[in-house]
Design a protein around this ligand. Structure first.
Ligand code: HOZ
Length: 428
């Protein structure tokens, strides 16, 4: 089994650093070699040896409709026939921008880019240009892509591989980045009151999804909004994961807290590369060519990504979709939690909508420190056990498990059963 994946991984290492194009894919944190994927359909993926798995990575979030959804595939095929990139405006870009503006409560203008990293990097520059201040605040364990100022105490692959502060980032760049504990309003207040004249923005994942799933405590986002407004600090929600996922209007709609700027990615590209940042007209007008904050991109607003994004958002805007997703996700969460109890395992699950995670810790997971208290060796054993039973989870503790509209109740029941058996086997 997996002989072919092994061979491909060996070959990949000859040509690609670590054999992968994004670090967590190397499976280092779970103590085995990666499987190479050949295709996906609905909630299932198939490896190069044709072994089938129920997929809860879903391309790390974009595939809320599952793999190769027919309408999305057809839209891509249709647009590809007409040319793949022009480096000039197209009508569909307006359609996607209009859909985003209508969906996300705080966005009045939106600029499309090519990735989440580009979106957050550009939003930070915009906040600095708008406020004429340099310092930024981010939260420990939040991951906002790999640009220099944001790669400080970062979650996701940076935590998985034990390098939350990367080599190659000059100290001079990150001295403007202040990192604070997630969900600690008092600490945030004290820091802002002391330094507000220098702080351009606060950037946050409104539901943290890159240190596992850590929901905001009640009142935390509201308090963050209140204090940033009081000192004219730009509040940026990184909704690259949560946008169009936890509700059609994202976490800001779910919690009723509106930021000044929002970063998007993943779902708005329907599984193709994209990013976006948007917000108040007054701030967005600082972007070139209207304003003096520069940002550009050859493939920005790429016709294929835009078309896949439009089709995805159209399907998501149909009534009942999020209710159904909630029903499935809640059934999965309840089932996993109940069977963990029956297996007497020390694992606690967190969930916001279709984002889930299991932490091997007796503590409440509320921030980076408590997330990191999880026994990662146990997670690795759980991952391997689940994979052997045909369940594909994120190959790291510090990521999210995604449910899509393609996951059936049968998938969910199989997953719960596999989880019970795996936990029984690896012990509490
Ligand atoms: N660290 C990324 C998700 N949070 C992984 C992306 C990838 O490997 O595709």
């Amino acid at each position: 089994m997996e002989k072919r994946s092994k061979e491909l991984f060996e070959k990949a290492k000859d040509y690609i650093p670590g054999g992968v194009n994004s670090p967590v894919r190397a499976f280092k944190a779970v103590g085995r070699d990666p499987i190479f994927i050949k295709r996906g359909k609905g909630s299932h993926i198939y490896d190069v040896s044709d072994r089938e798995y129920i997929d809860y990575v879903c391309s790390w979030g974009p595939l809320i409709l599952g793999h190769a959804r027919q309408e999305v595939v057809s839209a891509i095929k249709e647009v590809v026939e007409q040319g793949t990139s022009f480096g000039a405006p197209t009508e569909n870009e307006i359609t996607l921008a209009e859909m985003i503006v209508n969906a996300v409560p705080s966005i009045e203008l939106v600029r499309l880019v090519n990735s989440g990293t580009e979106a957050t990097m550009s939003a930070i520059r915009l906040a600095r240009g708008y406020t004429r201040r340099d310092k930024i605040i981010k939260f420990e364990g939040c991951y906002h892509g790999h640009s220099d100022s944001l790669l400080v105490k970062a979650g996701s692959g940076a935590t998985t591989l034990g390098v939350p502060n990367s080599l190659g980032v000059p100290l001079d760049f990150v001295r403007h980045t202040i990192t604070l504990p997630y969900n600690d309003l008092e600490c945030l207040r004290r820091t802002i009151e002391k330094n507000h004249r220098e702080i351009a923005c606060v950037i946050i994942e409104p539901v943290a999804g890159n240190m596992g799933v850590v929901p905001p405590k009640p009142g935390f986002l509201e308090g963050l909004r209140e204090i940033t407004r009081r000192y004219d600090i730009v509040l940026i929600f990184d909704e690259i994961i949560t946008g169009f996922r936890v509700s059609y209007g994202g976490a800001q709609e779910l919690y009723g807290v509106l930021p000044d700027l929002t970063c998007l990615g993943k779902i708005i590209g329907g599984g193709l590369p994209i990013g976006a940042y948007g917000g108040k007209r007054e701030i967005m007008q600082y972007i070139s060519p209207e304003g003096e904050v520069y940002q550009a991109g050859t493939l920005s607003g790429n016709p294929i990504s835009v078309s896949a994004g439009i089709t995805t958002l159209k399907l998501l805007s149909q009534s009942g979709i999020y209710e159904e997703l909630e029903e499935r996700s809640s059934a999965l969460y309840e089932g996993l939690a109940k069977s963990a109890k029956e297996a007497k395992a020390c694992i606690r699950f967190t969930r916001v909508g279709s984002m889930l995670c299991g932490f091997f810790t007796p503590k409440d997971v509320i921030d980076y420190v408590s997330a990191k208290s999880s026994d990662t060796e146990k997670y690795a054993a759980y991952f391997r056990g689940m994979l052997d039973k045909g369940i594909y989870l994120a190959p790291s503790q510090f990521e999210t498990m995604f449910v899509s509209t393609a996951h059936s109740m049968d998938d969910i029941e199989q997953t719960i059963k596999a989880s019970y058996e795996t936990l029984k086997k690896i012990g509490g």
